[in-house]
Design a protein around this ligand. Sequence first.
Ligand SMILES: NC(=O)c1ccc[n+]([C@@H]2O[C@H](COP(=O)([O-])OP(=O)(O)OC[C@H]3O[C@@H](n4cnc5c(N)ncnc54)[C@H](OP(=O)(O)O)[C@@H]3O)[C@@H](O)[C@H]2O)c1
Length: 330
Amino acid sequence: MSLAIQIRQHGGPEVLEIVEVLDASVGDPGPGEVRIRHRAIGLNFIDVYHRTGLYPLQLPATIGMEGAGVIEAVGEGVTHLRVGDRAAYASQPPGSYCEVRVMPAMCVCKLPDGIDFDTGAAMMLKGLTAQYLLLKTRPVEGLVPGDFVLFHAAAGGVGLIACQWAKALGLQLIGTAGSDAKCQWVLANGAAHAINYNTEDFAARVKEITGGQGVKVVYDSVGQDTWDKSLECLRPFGLMASFGNASGPVAPFSPGLLGAKGSLYVTRQTLFTHMASRQSTQAMADALFAVVLGGEVKIHIAQRYALADVQQAHRDLEARKTTGSTILTL
Ligand SMILES: NC(=O)c1ccc[n+]([C@@H]2O[C@H](COP(=O)([O-])OP(=O)(O)OC[C@H]3O[C@@H](n4cnc5c(N)ncnc54)[C@H](OP(=O)(O)O)[C@@H]3O)[C@@H](O)[C@H]2O)c1
């Protein structure tokens, strides 16, 4: 039996219900699966998209895509995990808002001794995202130390990790955030500049900071509200890397616009394309574990909620009240 948070319909935070689960999702793992007992669960903005139906799910569904815990049972063919291992993951399908679950083993990684369960649950989805963005989602002209990049929502879960990792790579990250207090967090975590995009024209400030040149990449997870101005921040041949829709999905646009603004490139990235194999997942996780264990990247767990208080956690995340990572505790 497992307590879990399920939705029976898409909607606001009130559709998140605590239920008792007794079915195969808490039974013996099949081939390629493990059963993991969570010690902590990560909260992510994608959980909001699943809850609202922006990314529709077959219902009823347990949501959540990140967690850390102990492996209780291992299915046939799984060779990288053993019973008793400490482990953490960012993984499909959704279902991490629970005490225990059976799930595909492919994206579950052994957690190094130096990383505790709370940190593991707070960093996998967000940290692996920062990893593929900064290291694999690059402009045609490449990125070298000293280059400027613009990163929106830089005080958030993915954002604070990206600020630190960009600094470790020698990049000058310009971070945007929705308040002066959040901007202080962005600067304290290694960003070269911070812009409060609620009170300042971020495109004008980016031009000023870069001496009129613009940045080589914009990493944009805000979507609707930032899209148009983000294109103005890019230098010729720059890359618009869209990876989220916190303010709503980006409206359709004409490719001619990209020509007019300097032969720009656009990509829409998603984590699970990068994690399509066990090997790529482990390589990405190893890179993340290295920067966390090495101290280049600290995981800030700024909010903790009991699993039963998940409705409040969603309200606070959507109301932009959170900074850094948020976990659900058991
Ligand atoms: N494609 C992928 O592979 C991938 C993977 C992970 C995450 N993501 C995306 O990356 C983003 C960050 O994820 P996260 O879990 O770390 O969340 P988060 O950044 O901790 O929270 C979202 C932040 O977005 C900003 N925001 C701007 N406009 C908003 C609005 N209208 N409503 C709510 N928030 C708004 C807020 O920061 P300010 O107050 O500072 O504006 C808010 O704190 C999300 O859009 C998520 O979907 C994408």
